[in-house]
Design a binder for this molecule. Sequence first.
Ligand code: NAD
Length: 487
Amino acid sequence: MGAVDQSWQESVFTDGHFHRPAGGAIIPVRDKASGEIFAVAGLATEADVDEAVATAKTAQAAWSERTYADRAAVLRGAAAALSERAKQFRDLIVRETGCIGGKADYEIGAATSELMEAAGLASHATGEVLPSGHAGRFSLSERIPVGLVGAITPWNFPLVLGMRVIAPALALGNAVVLKPSPETPVSGGLAIAALFEAAGLPAGVFQVLPGDVEVGQRIVTHPDIAMIHFTGSTKVGRQIAQTAGGLLKKVSLELGGNNALIVLDDADLEQATMIGAWSSFHYQGQTCITAGRHIVQRGIAEAYAVGLAARADAIAVGNTFTEDVGLGPMINSTQLERAAGMLSEAVADGARIVAGGTTNGPYFRPTVVRDVSASSRLWTEEIFAPIAPILVVDDDDAAVAAANDTEYGLVNSVLTGDPYRGIRLARRLRAGMVHVNDATPQDEALAPFGGIGQSGLGGRSGGEANIEEFTERRWLTVTEGPAHYPY
Ligand code: NAD
């Protein structure tokens, strides 16, 4: 076993001093491939949440008074610090999430884009001068910060899913209280706090509280947290929405998906199988925008299944930190066993495995399955593992009907040789995002990312949509001359 990095233990959350031990347990931070404990982190308690919120509340008032140029400079400084620490972040993300280096590089690049776009956003939360029906009245609508934003994030893309909330929320004058997943307390929180500290963010404006369910619940219910931004499973999102609804608290939910990749009979076969493999196997299928359903027209179905299976068989699976592989370990045994169980049920229901289907320790071979029953859990639920189930359909109408036959609505893709046919079909799909001739996993800092149905509630992440998310509108009037009322 290598040296254990203790340094994260003492920077559990950022209060007035940026480094403060938390009240909860010290937890091991494990390398997901080897199981090695390579660092330790402290867990926050509900009392820590209360203290962090009190500090953040005072700090937010001063932060929102700073000029947009000051706020933008801090965000650019955090981007510069991330660039200087890219190697540290790469290793952290690879080990904490069990991903390949390329996915860690993607997260670092995407988080940098979030910071730089947010720096520009700081000066773009403009209001409007409104016409008024009252003579002598000056009337305007201005943007004001929400106040304290509570962010709760998952383990799969810890850096970028945190940053896409933290960066715009801070840019727009809010303070942020972040609870990363206990699977990824460092790259999902503590190392991010260190970036903002290096960039000169005033102490208290950003608080990091690694913790479990109780800490998350305290953030949701705390009366001084004005808004909850949650990224995670639909099950937990629903509970948070119920609690926040009772408290009349603003909530934004980025939830799960059961996304369809539609392959039309005029699609280029090589492109289709490459896009199909990436859409289902990328990061072991553990993303909300993974394709969990391949809906393929009959004319191309046989060749597509054979080609996709060949690509799956060619992928090397192993330790992403020490080996040159395409896929790494599953995040934990619970996720692995759940996916294996769903696969066994589908096979018992008549499905045929044509590639993969095996596990070895934390590793799940990329798997292609044919003849999946549309009522099996493997088809109806979010899988979160590298499994590509294929359903064969006869025409465009049947493809649309199959894709829309889900309670989720995050992202779909359509592959076709005719982009206009793709656009026509895309517009019939019930999802927050649709990509013609590309993979389902796509994200850009400027694009409105989000889902409908059971995949999300509230606004969108990205670009101008962030202004709607992280500000409120205030109607402000000034009336010239004396007012006249009946009494
Ligand atoms: P999860 O819902 O189990 O946990 C997400 C976060 O919520 C974690 O920090 C967890 O500790 C916390 N949490 C759990 N129960 C809570 C409660 N009762 N109150 C408050 N906080 C609570 O999700 P996960 O397993 O970490 O992540 C995988 C899920 O996230 C998948 O369903 C995936 O689709 C979804 N996801 C969605 C997006 C998106 O943008 N739509 C992005 C990534 C992941």
